[in-house]
Design a protein around this ligand. Structure first.
Ligand code: ZN
Length: 315
């Protein structure tokens, strides 16, 4: 059995070399014999791509946990890694605002580019929020909400887009990629069903959160997100906004403030202290530390933790 496996390995490696020779002169570059090389921008893209690729190659991520995913600046090494990859996966021009100019600068690369949210209609931010952060955020400010990966239904769309890009790069392993994507999509459907079931009959549907990352979840499950900061940062709101939030919490008897464990939670703490509310973690999944990943945390498990946290308020 072992011998047969080895032989198959040698045969397919030979086949790859032959294909490579036959294709020389065309623009199509076959993936190397080490398998497909996929470069992703930040955690959710990495998780989704890893689930699709499985053991057919290598998936890497440019942003470490804790690096500010909004308004990130790529390094020369990042750009070289993208140019050198078979497939590059990012969420959207609204999230990774630096991507379009980087892609222009590596036009000669034949990397296949996947904008995972390409087929999703992003919703516009409320005008008020937009005005507020355009003062201090300048050109990095978003006008559309990029946080689609937090909605399990849209996550499935992103997986479909990633699968299409991977198949374009490595048609030879089509069956494996399709089976991987189908298995992961099934889990995302189960996650969606769990969110639906948890919130179906809830009477309180409003939650207060530091980072405005949960607009798509709120829309999908008919909840109301009240955010302390805006979608693109955890910048502190002005005192008037803070006072308004404080009053809102008192009037609506809101006793929990959600914050992200990987970002500044100062305002959430201030609000919680002022209103006697408790603090709970709700992760926007913009990064998971290596330590947490080694402990087995991933997109699905953190989404389940988020659901458990939300159920304390939405009930
Ligand atoms: Zn965010």
């Amino acid at each position: 059995m072992l011998n047969r496996l080895k032989l198959t390995g040698i045969l397919s490696a030979t086949a790859l070399v032959l294909v490579g020779c036959g294709a020389s002169g065309s623009d199509e570059a076959a993936v190397s014999e080490d398998g497909i090389k996929v470069v992703t921008t930040f955690y959710p893209m990495y998780d989704f791509a890893t689930n699709v690729v499985g053991d057919n190659g290598e998936v890497s991520v440019l942003l470490d946990a804790g690096q500010e995913s909004h308004g990130y600046e790529p390094t020369p090494q990042d750009i070289a890694a993208i140019a050198d990859a078979d497939v590059f996966v990012y969420n959207s021009d609204e999230m990774e605002t630096w991507v379009p100019s980087v892609l222009e600068s590596i036009e000669s690369s034949d990397v296949i580019v996947v904008e995972a949210a390409e087929n999703i209609t992003l919703f516009e931010l409320e005008e008020a929020a937009e005005e507020e952060h355009s003062d201090d955020e300048g050109e990095d400010a978003h006008s559309l909400d990029p946080h689609v990966w937090l909605d399990p239904v849209y996550a499935k769309e992103e997986v479909t887009a990633i699968l299409a890009g991977v198949l374009e790069a490595d048609e030879a392993n089509k069956e494996s990629y399709e089976a991987n994507a189908a298995a992961f999509t099934e889990k995302l459907s189960e996650l969606d069903a769990a969110y639906q079931a948890a919130f179906e009959t809830a009477e309180n549907r409003t939650f207060v959160v530091q980072h405005a990352a949960f607009g798509y979840i709120a829309r999908r499950y008919e909840l109301t997100e009240v955010a302390v900061s805006d979608v693109s940062s955890d910048a502190e709101p002005n005192p008037a906004k803070l006072a308004e939030l404080q009053q809102f919490m008192i009037d609506n008897q809101i006793t929990t403030v959600y914050y992200s464990d990987s970002a500044s939670s100062k305002t959430a703490q201030t609000l919680a202290e002022a209103t006697g509310a408790s603090l709970e973690v709700l992760s926007p999944l913009e990064g998971i530390t290596d330590e947490d990943q080694e402990a087995g945390k991933d997109y699905l498990s953190v989404m389940e933790e988020n659901l458990t946290a939300l159920k304390k308020v939405i009930q």
